[in-house]
Write a protein that binds this ligand. Structure first.
Ligand SMILES: Cc1cc2nc3c(=O)[nH]c(=O)nc-3n(C[C@H](O)[C@H](O)[C@H](O)COP(=O)(O)OP(=O)(O)OC[C@H]3O[C@@H](n4cnc5c(N)ncnc54)[C@H](O)[C@@H]3O)c2cc1C
Length: 388
């Protein structure tokens, strides 16, 4: 059993760290305050070839696995930009997986190179206001026409829809009531986000203001047949393929974010002198930070274990869910402790930990909540009865 990173994997992390060093706290604070997309960071990552890390080489990607993608995203959040940095590129990393696996050769040629080069951006429209986590209850409907579909409906929380050229969209093509299984009758499209037919309304939110999240209103959007991914009615199944990698990446991102918060806390604990000594000399300050390190480190190895299982084509549902759960908890925990270590200054924008703290809530909620992760483990690992 070899559990050390390879020299190539370490090189990915080092290279990302060098890019991130060019984007300091002032940059991320300004993006956060102005709710401005970190365009320059997105471009730097595209130019370094990282957007296609897990995409096939024939379309300009690097053809690497989820392990390398997790190492990349962990380095991205650790580099100071937190989720504003990660979410500006997150969809590129594994989002197009359904196109890679189920798209035609023509679709891959048309869709993947512009995403990998950073020329186009995409958003992901699954969640709906009336369905929530119960995805099979989505109501957005794609009605058949002679040469395609007309789509009507609403999505919510669609990230980067202000910036995106394309949308990866899940819609019903048959009502749930007419399907044998609730997961049948949903179809996946990758199509132009035509703003004459789609209204995108930004949602003001707690953190990660730099990367927009939106309510999306789709009003008779025409989608040609050539923008349907795979077969009609099988879209939900196609998305399932990419759920485990996405959970692993979210876990890795949350851990990187937590490591940045912890490093800032340890630095402050050495510098800040109260009662004639550095606050970090007190065990009351040391122990919570040491505990945060232990949680982060154990969550990290769970992420790498899940990624390694996925890359070697072994079942990894429980591990991927645990990686996301533990990563999000450990990241949030480290950010909370970083604020407490800074005392009053933890509440000030100057020290950045409040920005990290606000963003650390996100991986606990999206793309799936802690409750549903625990239900998955209860049902699939512990063999307990399905609860919903
Ligand atoms: C910043 C942000 C960005 C996002 N980006 C995207 C995106 O780009 N694309 C996209 O499609 N979605 C996106 N989402 C949506 C996200 O995936 C959902 O918010 C998340 O899946 C939770 O769904 P919900 O908000 O509808 O919660 P609900 O389904 O309304 O659930 C509310 C609460 O009830 C709990 N609950 C519900 N049912 C059960 C049950 N049976 N047992 C136990 N607990 C239960 C949930 O766990 C949760 O805590 C984003 C969300 C956020 C906050």
């Amino acid at each position: 059993m070899d559990i050390a990173l390879s020299p190539e994997q370490r090189a990915i992390a080092d290279s990302v760290a060098r890019i991130c060093a060019g984007f300091g706290d002032d940059y991320w604070s300004a993006c956060d305050e102005a709710a401005r997309f970190p365009e320059e960071f997105h471009r730097a990552m595209a130019e370094a070839g990282f957007l296609g890390i897990a995409m096939p080489e024939e379309f300009g990607g690097a053809g690497l696995g989820v392990t390398e993608a997790a190492i990349l995203m962990h380095a991205v959040t650790k580099g100071g930009g937190a989720y504003a940095a990660a979410s500006s590129i997150h969809l590129n990393i594994f989002g197009p997986h359904a196109i890679v696996v189920h798209g035609t050769a023509e679709q891959k040629r048309r869709f993947l190179p512009p995403l990998i080069s950073g020329k186009q951006k995409a958003c992901f429209g699954v969640t709906e206001p009336n369905a929530g986590l119960d995805t099979t209850s989505i109501e957005t409907f794609a009605r058949r026409t002679n040469d395609g579909y007309i789509v009507r409906g609403r999505k919510i929380w669609t990230t980067t829809a202000q910036e995106a050229d394309k949308i990866l969209l899940l819609a019903r093509t048959a009502p749930k009531a007419d399907c044998k299984k609730p997961t049948d009758g949903m179809t996946l499209f990758y199509t132009n986000l035509d703003r004459s037919k789609v209204e995108v309304r930004r949602i003001p939110k707690m953190g990660r203001a730099a990367v927009d999240s939106n309510a999306v209103f789709i009003d008779d959007l025409a989608v040609p047949d050539e923008d349907r991914i795979g077969e009609e009615g099988k879209g939900f199944r196609y998305l399932l393929d990419s759920l485990n990698p996405e959970r692993i990446l979210i876990g890795a991102e949350a851990i990187g974010l937590g490591r940045d918060a912890l490093a800032r806390a340890a630095r402050y604990a050495k510098e800040r002198v109260v009662f004639g000594r550095p606050i970090g000399q007190n065990q009351g300050i040391q122990h919570p930070l040491a505990e945060a390190w232990a949680y982060l480190e154990s969550a990290w190895w769970m992420c790498l274990r899940a990624a390694s299982l996925y890359d070697s084509k072994q079942p990894c549902g429980a591990e991927a869910n645990a990686a996301k759960f533990l990563g999000a908890r450990a990241g949030f925990d480290a950010c909370t402790k970083a604020i407490m270590t800074h005392g009053g200054m933890g509440y000030a924008k100057e020290y950045q930990v409040e920005r990290l703290f606000r963003e650390s809530m996100l991986p606990r909620i999206a793309p799936v909540t802690e409750q549903l992760i625990l239900s998955f483990i209860a049902e699939n690992v512990l063999d307990l009865p399905k609860s919903y």
